[in-house]
Write a protein that binds this ligand. Structure first.
Ligand code: GAL
Length: 445
């Protein structure tokens, strides 16, 4: 019989969900749209097309978020809508995103706006996208435009979503556009995305400064995995796990926090636009990664997974809540910068697994907070089911189910469980007992 304690979260802790433009809006025209048309790139050969039709249904979706108790909503602006050709701004689309922000604020939901979430306008990808040495400067005018549009509203800004995923999935493993397999290019892209984060923050700061407004909170959003040696007694595995932890989790983040271009992205020198670029770190955590010296990780090989761990549908990530605690501790010990949990969740058709996943991960978040880690909020990925990139519509991450035939939204039980957590600003022992009693948990909490 497992025993549980009531877990209280700090006053002012913010709860909500996250989403991105291309995965929900429908009918975008960007580099992903072109990629989806290539044979074999997306599971089942489908394309994002109408997605969740969120572009037309955002009011309905935000009303749902409100009814489910959400206090903050993270979404991205689709750059290709705002700047469909270089230097040309679409007034209709600018107005659209103003209305999106107003629709959230009207419901007393804090908007968290991401400027870049994986997709690029075609004019930008036709100029080599993030391989182009000018790419950070090409990104800057759009960031200024958005800051000018939204600076009078209460916004939390996210610059770049998961730069290392853009670099690794697009330029090393070839699963995302432009489908390359080149380690050196992946590093170049990571460097340019770091510079782009600096450019975005600088543009936002300048606009607020020029208008005499109080500076907003700005953060990049990093994807963080818990790298573990496949064999914890093997020195080579341990060393490799540390190496990939540095490379994937830390080098980019260190650059953003210290205002430099660290090796091997740059030569360690300061990059002026990165100064004052990072008020907090947006951190996305889903799973662990096992590292073994016996397989070629950079070629996409993996050691065998643990058959006893539950998995994320389609993506096959292992459920490993304890890793969340370790990465949170490490980020706090290294940077002492507040953390906002900008994505955590699971793709599954088994909603009881989603309930367990959320609870077990929040137990670890609470454990980190109780040991002094400054964590400001937690967002479930995602509000609704949506287009899961290379996995198409096969992985169901939503608190709210979407019927792709009718586009009808239906909250799942996990959505109501999460609402109860939000209402209590914590997790009662009773709630944990209800959903976790029969489940395997790494420890009693
Ligand atoms: C993140 C990404 C999201 C979503 C999620 C689940 O890496 O930011 O767009 O796809 O993973 O895979």
């Amino acid at each position: 019989m497992m025993t549980f304690k009531d877990l209280h979260f700090p006053n002012g802790f913010l709860w909500g969900s996250a989403a991105s433009a291309h995965q929900t809006e429908g009918h975008n025209n960007n580099d992903w749209t072109e990629w989806e048309r290539l044979p074999g790139k997306i599971r089942d050969g489908i394309t994002s097309e109408i997605a969740c039709d969120h572009y037309n249904r955002y009011e309905e979706d935000f009303a749902l978020a409100k009814s489910l108790g959400h206090q903050v909503h993270r979404f991205s602006v689709e750059w290709s809508r705002i700047e469909p050709s270089q230097g040309h701004w679409d007034p209709k689309e600018l107005e659209h995103y103003r209305k999106v922000v107003e629709a959230l604020l009207a419901r007393d939901i804090q908007p968290m706006v991401t400027l870049h979430h994986f997709t690029n306008p075609l004019w930008f990808s036709n100029q080599d996208a993030w391989l182009n040495p000018e790419s950070p400067e090409l990104f800057a005018p759009y960031c200024r435009k958005m800051a000018e549009l939204l600076c009078d509203y209460d916004i939390i800004w996210n610059t770049i979503n998961e730069p290392m995923v853009v670099a690794v999935a697009g330029y090393l493993f070839g699963e995302f556009p432009p489908g390359m397999h080149d380690y050196g290019k992946a590093l170049t892209v990571a460097k340019h995305l770091l510079m782009a984060h600096g450019q975005a923050a600088t543009q936002i700061r300048e606009v607020y400064e020029e208008r005499g407004l109080e500076q907003p909170q700005i953060a990049p959003v990093v994807s963080v995995s818990y790298f573990m040696p496949a064999d914890s007694s093997n020195e080579d595995d341990i060393e490799l796990a540390q190496y990939y932890n540095e490379l994937y989790n830390h080098i980019w983040t260190r650059g953003a926090v210290t205002g430099t271009l660290p090796e091997p992205l740059g030569d360690g020198s300061p990059y002026a636009p990165l100064q004052q670029s990072t008020d907090f770190i947006g951190l996305n955590y889903y799973s662990r990664i096992l590292v073994s010296s016996e397989v070629d990780f950079l070629a996409g090989e993996e050691p065998p997974k643990d058959p006893n761990l539950e998995r994320c549908e389609g993506l096959d990530w292992e459920v490993f809540p304890e890793g969340y605690y370790h990465v949170l501790k490490e980020f706090w010990e290294r940077y002492s910068v507040p953390i906002f949990l900008t994505e955590n969740g699971i793709g599954t058709s088994d909603d009881s697994l989603r309930c367990r996943y959320i609870l077990q991960h929040l137990q670890q978040v609470h454990r980190a907070i109780s040991e002094g880690v400054d964590i400001r909020g937690y967002l479930v990925w995602s509000l609704t089911d949506n287009f899961e990139w290379a996995h198409g519509y096969s992985s169901h991450f939503g608190l709210v189910e979407v019927d792709y035939q009718t586009l009808r939204r239906q909250p799942r039980e996990s959505a109501y469980m999460f609402r109860e957590i939000i209402e209590n600003n914590g997790i009662s022992a009773e709630l944990q007992s209800k959903y976790l009693q029969a489940a395997h948990t790494p420890q009693d909490c």
